[in-house]
Design a protein around this ligand. Structure first.
Ligand code: FES
Ligand code: FE
Length: 382
């Protein structure tokens, strides 16, 4: 009989420090898979737009007059100028290039250009903006730059269904109808994979998360709820809500099943989204990896619109996971320099309660390339 070893290897340190490997990840992961880009409610009226980096591409997302969203590569088809230079804004009917004034409608079609009448052979249909695949889920716009995107249902809602044991479980939170009560942006000096790995395990919980383990006592044992299908961590008996001091939250979202009450569920949707479900709100993390050693994380706390409109104080509710974020990201930043050390050349180890992180490592290796290492990097390290 074979037994699973208690310690299994991690990825080698260079995969967290190499700009070349990060470039390969951008191509094989962020520019190839579904990427959660913006909250749809940020684009309220026709003409409202947001721009966002996905991998190495800048993407323009705009609200169309028909109420839907459209996404395009934010690159003018004339000489390549960035069409919308702001992070957010609003246009009337057309997107007009700031360089020579080619104009596109909100479907991306080229509709006007100076002296167009003198260029009768210009095939306007051939010079529209390059579209990007877009789907809406949980109230976010998910984009995919691939020519042939992977099946959305399977890769995105499917990840939540796999974790929770049924597809309907997440739908009961009605995240698409919730409102953003608070958004905090964290600039984390760490490789994005360290942030994913940290989110997947709870071995660190008793050491760095005193407030979280007070509300979720099973986390003090160091076992991650994410490793067992359908399991949610139960609130402490004395905790009235998912708040920094265990005080009352805002009741329970109306469609939740009884077994979802007083429980916390964490879900990782690869490559860049974490979803946290508690009875009265939903917390969504979106990672925007900007370099091999830097990741911007945008975290939204979503509540029912009635809670937000009532003007009630959200601070104790937000504070719990904000502290968790600060504690987690400090841990990731503490780890990043070690990735470049000769001590970590062959990597580290995963203890049994972290073994499921090995599946994430296998996934990275598979996506980026079997050897998962930039050539020559091993021998280059002193
Ligand atoms: Fe956009 Fe010339 S580059 S109009
Ligand atoms: Fe943590």
């Amino acid at each position: 009989m074979t037994t699973t070893p208690r310690l299994i290897p991690t990825l080698p340190g260079r995969l967290y420090t190499s700009p070349e490997f990060f470039a390969r990840e951008q191509e094989a992961i962020f520019e190839s898979l579904w990427f959660c880009a913006v909250r749809c409610s940020e684009l309220a009226s026709p003409g409202a737009f947001r721009t966002v980096m996905i991998g190495r591409e800048n993407i323009l997302i705009v609200r169309h007059g028909d109420g839907g969203l459209r996404a395009f590569l934010n690159v003018c088809r004339h000489r390549g100028a960035r069409l919308c230079t702001e992070e957010a804004g609003e246009v009337r009917r057309t997107l007009r290039c700031p360089y020579h004034a080619w104009s596109y409608d909100l479907d991306g079609a080229l509709v006007a250009a100076p002296h167009l009448a003198r260029m009768p052979d210009l095939d306007r249909a051939g010079y529209g903006l390059r579209p990007v695949a877009l789907r809406e889920w949980l109230g976010y716009a998910w984009l995919c730059l691939a020519d042939e995107p992977p099946p959305f249902e399977e890769s995105v809602p499917g990840a939540a269904a796999e974790r929770l044991g049924e597809a309907a479980a997440i739908d009961r939170y009605r995240a698409e109808d919730l409102a953003v009560g608070r958004r905090i942006r964290y600039d984390v000096r760490a490789n994005w994979k360290l942030i994913v790995e940290n989110f997947m395990e709870c071995y660190h919980c008793p050491t760095i998360h005193p407030e979280l383990t007070a509300v979720l006592p099973e986390f003090a044992r160091g076992y991650a709820a994410q490793s067992s299908v359908g399991h949610g961590a139960a609130f402490a008996e004395g905790a009235r809500g998912f708040t920094v001091d265990g005080g009352a939250g805002f009741g329970r979202l109306p469609e939740l099943a009884a077994e979802q009450d007083r429980r916390y569920y964490a879900i990782t949707v690869r490559p860049q989204v974490f979803i946290n479900l508690v009875p009265d709100h939903v917390i969504v993390h979106r990672m925007f990896p900007t370099a091999h050693d830097r990741t911007v994380v945008e975290c939204d706390w979503l509540y029912s619109p009635e809670v937000i409109e009532s003007g009630v104080d959200l601070s104790r509710s937000v504070e719990l996971f904000h502290r968790v974020n600060v504690q987690d990201f400090a841990a990731c930043e503490m780890t990043q320099p070690g990735m470049g050390s000769r001590a970590y050349r062959a990597g580290g180890v995963l203890v049994p309660s972290e073994h499921h992180i090995g599946a994430f490592h296998g996934w990275v290796r598979e996506r980026v390339g079997a050897e998962a290492a930039p050539p020559g990097s091993e021998s280059d390290t002193p």
